[in-house]
Design a protein around this ligand. Structure first.
Ligand SMILES: [Zn+2]
Length: 395
């Protein structure tokens, strides 16, 4: 008979798995001491996590007079997690292990297609990716992230300006992907990823800005992501960063949305007479080739981002301000961003010194999305153990 889910049991499983995830290489005894539950409980929980292929143990290490300690770590290879970043024009799909490292990925272009047609293409490509790379391994679920305003609780994209999506029931439309499926805003996904693998592992108080085709920001306080009372927190699209910029759809001039997205940079290139730029890929290519005019346009974009960052610094006083997305793909530009933040923030150079670029770059947005799913597994490992009713007693 299936055991009724006991909240205390769920919590203990989650604590043990999170502890192993955050500090691999420790023994059952060390984990028990760290979280304050009995060594016997940790031993039986670890045995079920091992049986469910969520953790692995490595060779015993001699430890003084006592029994050799057996180091535990997350099982990064037996099971997979899918991460999808629904972009306005191109969607990235990745399969990772529970360690967040990509095993296979694909990009799905869907420029000019409506949400329904785009999502069908995404499902088809995701299924193909699994067929080609999962090698029989189970996909534990799918984390999906997108820009704009996302209602995670009801699985809806409320508004994604870049893609022109409004009130899209994405979770329902993506039912053909590995379940469970969690939809969230890409800034919150990026913050989750930073908490697991990046700057958030050492500083639990930070503000993260995502700058790509979409913009977003999220505040993480004491390791907790704040989504806002109505899940609308982090909309930085209409922060004013220029007095004489383009007119925004909100009716004002010089908003971050019209000055600092990838598309805004392309538009500014056109404005400067650069008709050889068709998309952001061209900006990247010309930048690499040392084109001075393009480099200046990119530096201006970074300065717009930095001005917005300075405003956020004064408002929220985060321990770190992490910039993820396109600017972070060029680590050499960080010095310029720091100097503009120092110039514009009331806190001055102490603010500038706390600006960092995200640690993840390539295909980062889909890996961020996968981390949403990894967090689900860490939050409730029991629900991901097959045949949970046959687990050995552990309470
Ligand atoms: Zn605006």
């Amino acid at each position: 008979m299936p055991r009724k889910t006991d909240p205390a049991r769920t919590r203990n499983y989650s604590m043990v798995l999170r502890e192993i995830f955050a500090g691999p290489g420790r023994s059952r005894k060390e984990i028990a001491d760290s979280i304050g539950i009995s060594a016997a409980s940790v031993t039986s929980i670890a045995s079920n996590l091992l049986g469910g292929s969520l953790i692995v143990e490595s060779a015993p290490v001699a430890s003084g007079q006592g029994r050799p300690r057996v180091p535990l770590a997350i099982d990064a290879d037996s099971q997979l997690v899918m991460g999808i970043h629904l972009g306005p024009r191109v969607t990235g799909i990745v399969l990772t292990g529970l360690d967040g490292i990509a095993k296979a990925s694909v990009l799905v272009p869907h420029s000019g297609l409506d949400a329904s047609t785009s999502f069908d293409l995404v499902i088809e490509q995701a299924q193909q990716l699994i067929a080609d790379h999962a090698k029989g391994r189970r996909v534990l679920g799918t984390g999906v992230a997108t820009g704009g305003i996302v209602d995670r609780v009801n699985g809806r994209i409320v508004e994604n300006l870049g893609a022109g999506w409004r009130e899209v029931p994405a979770v329902q439309m993506l039912a053909g992907l590995p379940q469970p499926l969690i939809l969230d805003n890409n800034a919150r996904a990026a913050a989750q990823s930073e908490l697991f693998y990046g700057h958030g592992a050492r500083e639990q108080d930070f503000l993260l800005m995502v700058i790509t085709s979409d913009l977003g920001a999220v505040m993480v306080s004491n390791g907790k992501i704040r989504a806002g009372w109505s899940q609308h927190a982090g909309n930085i699209s209409h922060l004013k960063v220029s007095d004489d910029g383009f007119i925004c759809e909100c009716g004002r001039r010089g908003c971050l949305q019209v000055m600092a997205t990838d598309e805004a940079t392309v538009r500014r290139a056109h404005e400067a007479g650069r008709m050889d730029v068709a998309n952001y890929g061209d900006i990247d290519r010309l930048y690499e080739a040392g084109d001075e005019q393009i480099r200046a346009l990119v530096a201006d974009r970074d300065a717009f981002v930095a001005k917005a960052a300075a405003t956020l610094f004064d408002l929220l006083d985060p321990g770190l301000l992490v910039i993820a997305g396109t600017p972070a793909e060029r680590p050499e530009t960080l010095t310029h961003v720091k100097s503009v933040v120092s110039e514009w923030a009331y806190q001055g150079a102490t603010a500038g010194s706390r600006v960092v670029y995200s640690s993840e770059h390539e295909l980062s947005l889909s890996i961020f999305a996968a981390s949403i799913m990894v967090n689900e597994v860490l939050a409730d490992p029991l629900s991901f153990l097959t045949a949970a009713s046959e687990l050995s007693a552990d309470m």
